[in-house]
Design a protein around this ligand. Structure first.
Ligand code: COA
Length: 289
């Protein structure tokens, strides 16, 4: 994704971590207010591209949603800054903590606050080149979380395949909300969940924990569960249009820059990436939404 401004002046690292203040730890090379304006444009555009890729009726990632939710956004830019002119954004990953009621293997409700994958997108022309794995790996290190301890907000088929391939996450523990958790979710957690007492009335439990995407249901104009069925249909459709893998592909007529990105295997993870320097105790947590 290209922009009319220079990506390298706002994002100094291959992967930039942002929170609600929308300014990277490594300060941009332009004024903070100008950088923030440009970063807002980037977030809105990549959010739209992700929604389009997932056939969602509206973006679930936007600058304004970032400013009002304690989420972390990891943005991956191209790895060839010297030849790339203004640079391009390759994709992003959005995560955040959410209070959820998660069912364990016995069907008991466990109150937990896992890190959730809320949105994930790599530009269509660059998928299956390892960029998603690169983003995900940096996020895991920065957030200090194991992949099996994550909860995933309605993963697409592509994402499920990604998790199977890279992290061997296969078996899920059935849930009644829209989040997917995998076997191992309850093992060796840093903050073990709290089992809800049986005396607690079922009515007090809110099993349909709010998903990042729930606000879309109103926009879809369909009440739950019809919106669910609609979204599954859409998902099935999007899977059908997935490109097939044939190694790095070169498309005739494609400009040199995109070619160079394709042939560029994931850049080595920058240990100095801004997120990794952050004190993990500074992590912000949500209180539900
Ligand atoms: N069809 C099926 N599986 C796919 C796929 C596709 N079009 N693209 C990626 N994958 C999965 C496969 O397991 C693939 O391994 P394979 O090529 O050996 O089959 C693996 O991801 C490749 O890993 P990587 O190159 O690191 O992933 P990526 O850079 O393509 O990023 C996604 C993965 C899911 C972020 C990316 O495919 C994407 O943006 N998809 C569209 C948006 C989306 O579905 N986001 C998830 C929201 S819940």
């Amino acid at each position: 994704m290209e922009f009319v401004f220079d990506i390298h002046k706002i994002f100094l690292e291959p992967i930039t971590k942002l929170d609600g203040n929308l300014l990277p730890i490594r300060r941009p090379l332009i004024s903070s207010s100008e950088a923030q304006k440009q970063i807002m444009t980037v977030i809105d555009e990549i959010g739209k591209a992700s929604a389009k890729a997932q056939r969602l009726p509206a973006p679930i990632t936007s600058a304004s949603r970032m400013q009002t939710n304690p989420h972390h956004l990891y943005i991956l830019k191209d790895c060839t800054p010297k030849t790339a002119g203004r640079g391009v954004v390759i994709g992003f990953l959005k995560v955040g903590y959410k209070k959820l009621f998660v069912l364990d293997h016995t069907g008991s409700h466990i109150e937990a606050e896992p890190l959730c994958i809320l949105d994930f997108y790599i530009h269509e022309s660059l998928q299956r080149n390892g960029f998603g794995k690169e983003l995900f790996t940096l996020m895991l290190r920065t957030e200090q979380v194991e992949p099996q301890h994550l909860a995933i907000d309605r993963p697409s088929e592509k994402f499920l395949s990604f998790l199977r391939k890279h992290y061997n996450l296969r078996s899920t523990i059935p849930q009644v909300n829209n989040f997917v958790v995998f076997d191992g979710f309850f093992r060796d957690r840093k903050a073990p969940g709290r089992k809800l007492q049986p005396k607690r009335a079922e009515g007090e439990i809110k099993p349909y924990s709010l998903s990042e995407r729930d606000f879309l249901k109103q926009e879809e104009g369909l009440p739950w569960p019809f919106s669910q069925a609609q979204s599954s249909l859409n998902r099935a459709g999007s899977l059908g249009s997935s490109p097939t893998r044939a190694g790095p592909r070169f498309i005739p007529g494609e400009d040199d820059f995109v070619k160079s990105l394709r042939s560029c295997r994931p850049h080595s993870l920058h240990r100095a990436a801004n997120g990794e320097q952050e004190d993990p105790t500074q992590r912000r947590r949500t209180s539900g939404r």
